[in-house]
Design a protein around this ligand. Structure first.
Ligand SMILES: O=P(O)(O)O[C@H]1O[C@H](CO)[C@@H](O)[C@H]1O
Ligand SMILES: O=c1cc[nH]c(=O)[nH]1
Length: 300
């Protein structure tokens, strides 16, 4: 398949002289030619995303090591002055923190998608490396998402635009997900599976937990809900998959969601891991995605 530059889906961008990517504090001057942005970011092939700044810093360090790009220099957060998100660049990979949930991630995603367009990146791939609650799987299992399900158990993302309900399909790129899984199976010593992912608007009631500040349902209601999820092929619950898959699909950019499960929600609600277990679990998506990136860059 020939590589292509992301066009996105907004005709108004063509009419803009400059575009200030406010939350990542990157000023795109003369956005139609944007030679400075092209020079700085034109080599980007992978945009990795995850909730926290520390995890994305650790990912950047890890990638620098396995891609043999460690030149001894300090890793710099390009967007530190934006005071919102962290963005690290390691050769052809950006590692960006997005915070908790769809609304914070969508702001970053819009700006990063525009960045790769202005920089004329060739067929960039967006991958989220996250944590999640498992549904009927052993904690530590890594789930590569097939389809996203919203809180109404529908395979779509709903967003209010100009006072109207706009519904978009929430599917990840099938080939990318299969390639990630195939690579993972050849080198990972833990379970990596493909499954559907529910994205909730809330960590507590939205995920059917019994331990939030409010809860008006019974344990039996919760278990029935989780059972319904399981029957739809949902193997993990997090808070971004539907927005992430639907926006990237809508603008024609390939994306994947690779999340480790911190607990099995059929057995409880609280995340009770030691620091070491959490670090070990968080490392797993790094290795799944890192090895995939390494092999893609080597042309395999
Ligand atoms: O581990 P990260 O990437 O932060 O993602 C998961 O963790 C957060 C909730 O604790 C949500 O954002 C959820 O999607
Ligand atoms: O249960 C969990 C664990 C991590 N992140 C979530 O959104 N849910």
């Amino acid at each position: 398949m020939p590589e292509s530059i992301p066009i996105l889906k907004n005709p108004h961008l063509d009419a803009m002289e400059n575009d200030y990517l406010y939350h990542i504090n990157i000023n795109v001057v003369n956005s139609r030619s944007a030679t400075d942005i092209e020079r700085r970011f034109g080599d980007v092939k992978f945009v990795c995303l995850g909730g926290t700044k520390n995890r994305m810093f650790a990912l950047a360090k890890y990638l620098r090591h396995i891609l043999q790009l460690d030149n001894g220099e300090e890793l710099v957060d390009i967007s530190e002055s934006g005071n919102r998100y962290a963005v690290y660049k390691v050769g052809p990979v950006l590692c960006c923190s997005h915070g908790v949930g769809m609304s914070t991630m969508s702001v970053l995603l819009h700006e990063l998608l525009k960045l790769v367009r202005y920089a004329k990146c060739q067929d960039p791939v967006f991958i989220r490396l996250g944590t999640s609650g498992g549904v009927g799987v052993t904690p530590g299992t890594v789930v590569i998402s097939k389809d996203g399900y919203n809180g109404y158990l529908r395979n779509e993302h709903e967003v209010a635009i100009l006072g109207k309900r706009v519904v978009r399909p929430a599917n990840f790129d099938e080939k990318l997900a299969n390639d990630l899984l195939r690579h993972a199976k050849s080198h990972c010593g833990y379970d990596v599976i493909m499954g559907n992912t529910m994205a909730a608007e809330c960590f507590y009631e939205g995920q059917g937990r019994l331990d939030g500040a409010s809860c008006d349902y019974s344990e039996a209601d919760k278990m029935a809900f989780l059972q319904q999820l399981y029957e739809k092929g949902v193997r993990n619950i997090e808070m971004e998959a539907t927005m992430f898959s639907s926006l990237t699909k809508h603008v024609g950019v390939r994306a994947a969601d690779v999340c480790v499960t911190l607990l099995n929600r059929l057995h409880g609600d609280q995340v009770n891991l030691t620091k070491e277990q959490k670090e070990d679990f968080e490392q797993r998506p790094f290795s799944v995605v890192g090895e995939y990136i390494k092999s893609s860059l080597c042309g395999n």
